[in-house]
Design a protein around this ligand. Sequence first.
Ligand code: TH1
Length: 828
Amino acid sequence: MTNEVDSALDGTGAPTPAPRKNDPETLARQIVEKLTYSVGKTPAEARRYDWLEATTLVIRDRIIDQWMESSQRAKTSGEKRVCYLSMEFLIGRLLRDAINNLNLTEPIREALSRYGVDLDLVELLEPDAALGNGGLGRLAACFMESMASTDIPGFGYGIRYVHGFFRQEIADGAQVELPETWLAHGNPWEFERRELAYEIGFGGKVTTIQEPGRPARQVWRPAERVLAVAYDTPIVGWRGRRVNTLRLWSAQPLDPILLDAFNSGDHIGALVESNKAEAITRILYPADSHQAGQELRLRQEYFFSSASLQDIIRRHLHANENLSNLADKFSIQLNDTHPAVSVAELMRLLIDVHGHEWAEAWEITRNTFSYTNHTLLPEALEHWPIHLFERLLPRQMQIIYAINAGVIREAAQEKGFDDSKIAAISLIDEGNGRRVRMGQLAFVGSHAVNGVSALHTELMKETVFHHLHLLYPDRIENKTNGVTPRRWLMQANPGLTDLVTDAIGPAFLDDIEKIADLDPLADDAAFRERFAAVKRRNKEQLANLIGERMATQVDPGAIFDIQVKRIHEYKRQFLNIIEAIALYDQIRSHPERDWTPRVKIFAGKAAPSYAQAKQIIHLANDVARTINSDPAVRDLLKVVFIPNYNVSLAEIIMPAADLSEQISTAGLEASGTGNMKFAMNGALTIGTLDGANVEMLEHVGEDNIFIFGLTAEEVAQRRREAHSGRSIIAELPLLREALDAISSGVFSPEDPARYHDLVSNLYNNDWWMTCADFQAYWDTQRRLDALWQDQDEWQAKAVHNTARMGWFSSDRSIREYARDIWKAGPDA
Ligand code: TH1
């Protein structure tokens, strides 16, 4: 292990390159240079993909200059650094982001156009980095961008999955999962750091060593070892202000081929170790809000936690004598419980490797870590069987028992907790065949614990962490999520960005909350018209995509009513589909009425093992097939399911929405972030009082958002009363007929029983309050139909949404984390 280099790019006294010129002339020359000497093509031979490569390399050089400067600054200034540990970073494409943040969009566009090359088309060829499932991973990516933009020395730590989130195809209406291969053509954004590699152990035994005159020591001798190798990706902040690092770990064998075995002719056996090591970082688990209980997942969690901590310790010791002041120099944020084993691992490193006493190690650990909870769904809470944990991580298991003993002692002695309260806070769940509760571990090992919206944070205090909250009443706080306005407004919606700039000047580009200056223009008819015209162009673009990809024609003059997100029962895509069917039925029964034309658009992936979610996708596609081919409803109603939802598709969809569906069962969506992206881009929201919708209501005002349905409290109440849908269905003919149509096979004539179970769940149980909320949802949709007829009113509300959503920027979230939790950054 070399100690003096943090990266090969640190600039160790060598002469620095001359400042770069950014005029189109210079850029064009440099692109052709890269094309010639790095890609090996002449401009005449070059295909679009070659231009992508050459352009990326030119941009990359500019980033590297800033990158060296930023890492050098963080290192020498001794400022506190923030490490964001996350199993997922859902980044999407990087080229446009980098070009935009370096303010090079126009000169690069001009440079390429000299060779007849269209920048927009070139950008489309970059594969998405899809190292995440959904909201949690995308939040991590927004946070990385915002840390760089708000000048916080942030470091992302995660896993370099060879296969990211699966590619979705729809075959005969059903989801098919295909492997994702983002690295197939190489990845120009990453830098392998062979010199930054750490050993990660698994299994084996712990022995107690007793040397005369010294306290007993525990020594862990793992049975297996693999190497974690770092790959760094630069993250460019707005106006290139700061370039931070995303460090992803790749698992490699210590001994790539076992030479002995190889030489003795056992060619397969020689590769077994190597395959086993590489398996750790081969694939992203595709379950969102559902625990994947496999051993490989625990290996992944420990692998990246240990590698990241070893790296942080090395970086710290580079500038400090010992680890006593670690918490003054580093803050480590645990993104959900996936890296929670870090609490035990840091204790192990501090005590077993660096010789600290337990009490001091515990102090350092708690002051260094903080933990974000993203869900209260019981099925998503991670807990590992003790026998598995013990076999894989025997020393960490001992440490967890010892931490637990301390917490229990404190609860009993200082708060007088009785046995049932102790059982509730214990790190060990004694009920379920004995398991380690990762939420409890993350909680007790952190000085701050946060939820991701105001409502969610309150529910944390009342439910999952109720007793830990009684024990540590100051620990839980709220940090409402946000999204980066660079990607989700400026890049995704250049038309709107230009319009806003034209109307209120460019100050909002540097401080998105200044977009509030737009608010009075909601009353300006001429402005509303221009606003509507931008939306119309975005809708045309999406309509073209739908036409090309799915051969379905949709009318950009209709309401674009969009629900895109992971498919999950609690998100209630089913409710939306039932409403579509009821509307279809009504249009057919009353063709003479003045219906408002609608296009219902769905997209999203289901976890491969989540049968109900896959059924919902199938149903959406079956309903689309039936409705879209029925001439009776023609341009009044269309249903579309766009396959393979990902970040890049979201960038096209968000700006094209009139209506955003945020209709989760209240109390179950921790925050949501799609809700924010839509509203920023001028969509009205139809939603429940759930997650960040509640705060969106406060910001945009009740006239500009469409809230319906049971509250979280009412949902909890009904669940206690063993609510079912049967009596509601009996009273609502609209609902009953829609459900009858589904269960009798109207949409699946080739397999009439296909949706039997899906529907009978509503009769018998209605766990997700689909029936309970149906009428309120229907009524609210009809109010929206009426509103659409008054375009002045609709567009005024849309303008208010864009103007009042600035607070939901991830810059604001990050500033709050920095101020309240990390005590880091320019204002610290
Ligand atoms: C999501 C939450 O469901 C969503 O409400 C929230 O906006 C988002 O996180 C960001 O805070 C979650 N994603 C996951 C993914 C896994 C496990 C739990 C959650 S919660 C793998």
